[in-house]
Design a binder for this molecule. Structure first.
Ligand SMILES: [Fe+2]
Length: 307
């Protein structure tokens, strides 16, 4: 039985809520501030996929996952004997608050009432060199209500990969897609792994969580899916024009295949736009890949974002 549907939101403390809202608007969210809480959503139905409160100490606060059902939430909460509380945020529902071995707050929610979907970015067909799909018409773009669709994945630096993955696997049922390994003095060392939700035959993103075996714990980035390639590039130039800090990209990863573009928010937290990622279901087994695969790209800059 699937335990979680997907990662749902990330929550932060930021030094200037108004400046953060301007950045998030430029980044492509639909935002609102309610009683000191900044909420941002995409075109999918979740009332929020990003949350922030103002504080003199900027921080990554938590990552939230959507449980498959109330029964699944109860099973997760029972493992650590944590209470299931009512969620006071828009959309209501139930929430269980956990803490992972690194001290990260992990929230699991169920029964949040979705909002009506917003209109998505759509465009007419592509004409590439091999196949022409748009004949006798000009390219047309329908303006969406917001550019971002959903939260796709979160990347965390962790103290100990094995301990961290066991914790998430037991509670959330995550599967390994690609484990990054290298040889050190004849011993195999794990540098981290891309992990995904297990929804049986249903196809899910190549990675929902990427844990980097760093020997310390920190937030690395959160990645939001945008409608298509044109939206990604449109946002790239709009963010540049607005004077925001670019981090890495545009490029196309080898592992996961996402076309990526990384930005820094006003407090330096890294947020990514991505599109065209790989999807796998339960039949895709775990693979071992090299650091070169991790750092390499099909095209675009190579290396790790944010360095
Ligand atoms: Fe990413």
């Amino acid at each position: 039985m699937a335990i979680i549907k997907d990662v749902l939101y990330v929550r932060f403390r930021v030094t200037d809520l108004q400046a953060q809202q301007r950045f998030l608007d430029d980044f492509g969210f639909q935002t609102s501030i309610d009683d000191g809480l900044l909420l941002a959503r995409g075109t999918d139905g979740s009332p929020y996929i990003y949350l922030a409160e103002e504080s003199s100490e900027p921080a990554f606060v938590s990552v939230g996952f959507a449980a498959e059902s109330e029964a699944a939430l109860k099973e997760v909460a029972a493992i650590d004997s944590v209470p299931i509380e009512s969620n006071t945020l828009p959309g209501g529902g139930l929430i269980a608050r956990l803490t992972d071995p690194n001290g990260f707050a992990v929230e699991v929610v169920a029964n949040i009432a979705d909002r009506p979907l917003l209109t998505e970015a759509v465009r007419s067909d592509f004409n590439d060199g091999v196949e022409k799909h748009r004949l006798g018409e000009r390219v047309a773009f329908a303006a969406p209500e917001c550019l971002i669709k959903r939260l796709g994945h979160v990347v965390l630096m962790v103290n100990d990969f094995s301990e961290t993955f066991e914790w998430y696997q037991r509670r959330l049922g995550l599967l390994i897609s690609d484990e990054i390994v290298m040889d050190k003095d004849g011993q195999e060392q794990t540098l981290g792994a891309f992990t995904r939700c297990n929804r049986g035959e249903e196809y899910v993103d190549h990675h929902t969580m990427f844990f980097i075996n760093a020997g310390h714990s920190d937030f690395n980035h959160a990645a939001f899916e945008v409608g298509n390639w044109d939206v990604l590039m449109q946002s790239h130039y709009a963010l540049k024009k607005a004077g925001h800090q670019h981090s890495f990209g545009v490029g196309k990863h080898i592992l996961g295949s996402q076309t990526f573009d990384y930005w820094k928010d006003p407090n330096g937290f890294m947020l990514e736009h991505f599109t065209d990622g790989d999807l796998f279901n339960e039949s895709f087994g775990p693979h071992k890949r090299s650091p070169a695969d991790l750092l390499g790209t099909h095209w675009g800059p190579e290396g790790m974002p944010g360095q």
